[in-house]
Design a protein. Structure first.
Length: 329
């Protein structure tokens, strides 16, 4: 099913790194999707008991660029996480949105192609498969993948067996529903956000005993997300969503990794939207953009790698960049 309903896009922004990334995100959306009819929200956490410092975007130049590129600042209040777990922003911001179909993207995302080519079915949520087997972390004599994940599904009254990819062997991490939370979508941010917050809080505060030795920071959002998606009848993304993490969006994560492994087209989009002087004047203050884009060091990183034959593990890419003195974060 292809869902052609109008939808909104939301990313989290706050002072510092995320504010610069938000400008790139907004600029790339307008450059590659000039006919996008939804709204782009930059959700900004507000000062309060859970934030010792005000996290709001204060820089007037950055705010002006966001407005120029059509973004709307939408404030939200942290009631559960805040500074102790900033990844919780992507959970708590959802209920501040109008209750219309939405696509959440991490702020370190660039749009590189037409969203109209993506076959969304907003009634059946999904999320990014651009992930590694980071969780759970198995102990020598502890419970295995099946026991840990089954305990979570049981905790929320969900059917575990129907979540499995049975083409993958038992006790191999890809058999179990696990996403990167770099993008996800649903038809109702109110219902999805409420359940996401509920599941994440229960896992944090009242987890099953099988999780007693499991690290939940920074993985809590990615532990709760597959349970939420499964509870709404969603699952792994099919071919209709291939443009996400493909020809339509790029989750770049860090500028050195972006230049090392992403497509020529993605690099062209980033360099083009960051080139105009009014943008450069503001974004050159962010060191990764300054060094990688404006000083051309990203092209030096790019020359180190063959995109058709990249090292299998990300850490190997990072190490090679660092040995050349080109790493910046």
């Amino acid at each position: 099913m292809v869902d052609k309903r109008q939808f909104n896009i939301v990313a989290v922004g706050q002072s510092g790194r995320l504010s610069y990334e938000a400008v790139l995100l907004a600029a790339s959306l307008r450059a590659t999707n000039p006919d996008f009819t939804g709204r782009l929200f930059i959700a900004v956490p507000q000062a309060g008991p859970l934030w010792p410092d005000d996290p709001a975007i204060q820089d007037p130049d950055i705010l002006a660029l966001l407005v120029q590129f059509g973004a709307e600042i939408i404030p939200f209040e942290n009631k559960i996480f805040g500074a102790s777990y900033p990844y919780g922003n992507k959970i708590e911001c959802l209920t501040a949105l109008p209750d219309e179909p939405f696509l959440f993207v991490d702020t370190d995302t660039v749009f590189t192609g037409p969203l109209a080519s993506v076959g969304f079915d907003f009634a059946k949520p999904s999320a990014s498969m651009k992930r590694e087997g980071t969780w759970p972390v198995l102990e020598l004599y502890g419970p295995g993948y099946t026991e840990i994940w089954r305990a979570l599904y049981d905790r929320f009254g969900l059917d575990f067996e129907s979540s499995l990819d049975t083409s993958q062997p038992a006790e191999y991490w890809k058999r179990y529903l696990y996403f990167n939370a770099g993008w996800f979508f649903h038809e109702s941010p109110q219902r999805f956000g409420k359940r996401f917050a509920e599941y994440a809080r229960v896992i944090r505060d009242d987890a099953p005993p099988e999780l007693i030795c499991q690290p939940l920071s920074p993985w809590l959002d990615q532990v709760a997300l597959p349970l939420v998606i499964h509870s709404f009848g969603g699952g792994r993304p099919g071919d209709a969503l291939a443009g996400l993490d493909g020809d339509v969006t790029c989750h770049w994560r860090t500028m050195p990794l972006f230049y090392a492994r992403e497509s020529d087209h993605a690099v062209e989009v980033v360099e083009q939207v960051l080139a105009p002087n009014p943008v450069k004047k503001v974004l050159k203050e962010y060191l990764p953009f300054k060094k990688m884009v404006y000083q051309g060091k990203g092209r030096d990183v790019r020359a180190l790698f063959d995109r058709d034959d990249l090292p299998r593990r990300e850490q190997m890419i990072r190490n090679k960049i660092k040995r050349e003195g080109l790493w910046v974060r």
